[in-house]
Design a binder for this molecule. Structure first.
Ligand code: C2O
Ligand code: CU
Length: 468
């Protein structure tokens, strides 16, 4: 396996830096945590015994890929090898890292060719729930199973009995358990995107999750799907949201009793298991009104509750070191999200964006695929500048908009200031609505800004934000 030239240069550059800073080299310097990750085909069982296996594309032979656990502020190195038959890269979704480690082919690195590898190195500044996925042939690579959780642990762990993750994926399987072809068909691309027919949690169609009465769980939920939005209800339970997209927020109950997560979005919940021993409680996804389904049951063991009352203090996650945007001095930009089919009866207005294969646009411009080196930036910002982007969704569809390399505050919706102003890296913009986000452009480089409904991204809803 050949290590690509870019990777070697990255390694050499890092070495040069540490030589230039001899005083930083002390006994206290944390060792670099290293992972090896090979993207390769594998055969797994998604649907349970008695059902056929599925050929997938995997990291390290499993779907999802291995859960990477690192510590906030400590360096990590991941050697990614490409055992697929096509180019790939890895994007560390939500991590504020140097541009050259961001994994966008053409824009931040050359793609990793089959048989080659690339060394990613970064030090996550923020603790929280993040994830990794390819940024090359994304529809197919993500849709065939390439995704994994990246957990950045707080320096001081919070007091919970268990830390669980539900990485949710959906798959479009045929009757023989094969992944159905037809990625990127134009009809889907102009509408909701490719929604699967089989939903898995951590790579398995789940029946039940075993829980104990009285325990307090930190439940990290990650929507790793191409297109499906979830709206989760926890029957007779009262989860409290403590982080959005990895970033701690003011703890609050689910808005409208439901946790809505678009593709790429995450939530950390504190869930007190206050149910009755021996009983089961259903977690339902009813985001699409007529298509509600049971995601999984919380199945209580028969044992007596481990405590009489839930602990009365909610654990507080320490805040991450995010720069606060100065709204008075912020530069403001309008970004219109455009295109797609009109929804309802009309079904027109498609393919008018003036670029081959483009169905969607941002401010009239379409950038298609997974990354490009030759697109002029949609917005250019000076490093350190505070910035407000008003995202106006002129389409009939939902768009989870993701900015690379930064987290941003949600400061307004439809002209009204928000009360929670939570930090996110992906914001779900409903049809015909406007969302205002604010951040400090403190991370230099060319950064992707795109819809995370992968069909929409590939068909034009993607742009570059330049920070220089
Ligand atoms: Cu998770 Cu450019 O994406
Ligand atoms: Cu979209």
């Amino acid at each position: 396996m050949r290590v690509s030239r870019r990777a070697l240069m990255g390694g050499a550059g890092a070495a040069a830096c540490s030589l230039a800073l001899p005083l930083r080299r002390s006994f206290a310097e944390p060792e670099i945590k290293e992972y090896q990750l090979t993207a390769k085909p594998a055969t797994v069982n998604l649907t349970g015994s008695g059902y056929p296996d599925t050929s997938v594309w995997s990291y390290a032979g499993t779907v999802p890929g291995p859960e990477l656990r690192v510590r906030q502020g400590e360096p990590v190195r991941v050697v990614v090898s490409n055992g697929l038959g096509e180019d790939t890269t890895v994007h560390w979704h939500g991590i504020r890292l140097p541009n050259a480690m961001d994994g966008v082919p053409g824009l931040t690195q050359p793609p990793i060719r089959p048989g080659e590898s690339f060394i990613y190195e970064f030090t996550p500044p923020d603790a929280g729930t993040f994830w990794y996925h390819p940024h090359a042939d994304s529809l197919q690579q993500l849709g065939r199973g390439l995704a994994g959780a990246l957990i950045v642990e707080e320096r001081e762990p919070i007091a919970v009995d268990r830390d669980l993750i539900w990485l949710i994926e959906d798959w479009r399987l045929d009757d023989d358990g094969r992944i159905a072809p037809g990625f990127g068909n134009r009809m889907e691309a102009g509408m909701s995107g490719r929604i699967g027919n089989t939903v898995t949690i951590n790579g398995q169609v789940p029946e039940r999750v075993s829980v104990k009465a009285g325990e307090r769980v930190r439940l990290r939920i990650l929507n790793a799907m191409l297109a499906r939005i979830v709206g989760l209800r926890f029957a007779e339970h009262r989860p409290v949201v403590v982080a959005c997209d990895g970033q701690p927020c003011d703890p609050h109950p689910l808005e409208g009793g439901r946790l809505v997560l678009g593709p790429a979005m995450r939530a950390d919940l504190i869930l007190d298991m206050a149910g009755v021993p021996g009983r089961s409680y259903t977690v339902t996804d009813d985001f699409y009104r007529d298509l509600a389904y049971k995601l999984v049951d919380l199945a209580y063991g028969p044992e007596k509750p481990t405590r009489d009352h839930p602990p009365d203090r909610l654990p507080r996650l320490p805040v991450n070191p995010l720069p606060e945007p100065d709204l008075a001095a912020a530069e403001r930009h309008q970004i219109a999200l455009q295109g797609g089919m009109m929804g309802g009866k009309g079904m027109m207005g498609m393919g008018m964006m003036g670029m081959a294969g483009a169905t969607w646009a941002m401010n009239g411009k379409s950038m298609t695929g997974d990354g490009q080196h030759d697109m002029p930036p949609l917005v250019t910002l000076r490093r350190g500048q505070s910035c407000v982007l008003a995202l106006r969704n002129e389409t009939a569809w939902w768009h989870p908009m993701h900015l690379h390399g930064h987290s941003f505050r949600i400061i307004g919706r439809n002209g009204k200031p928000t009360t929670r102003r939570e930090w996110r890296d992906t914001v779900l913009v409903p049809p015909r609505e406007t969302v205002e986000i604010a951040f400090v452009a403190d991370n230099p480089g060319d950064w992707m800004f795109h819809c995370h409904v992968t069909d929409h991204q590939e068909a034009g809803m993607m742009a570059v934000l330049r920070i220089s």
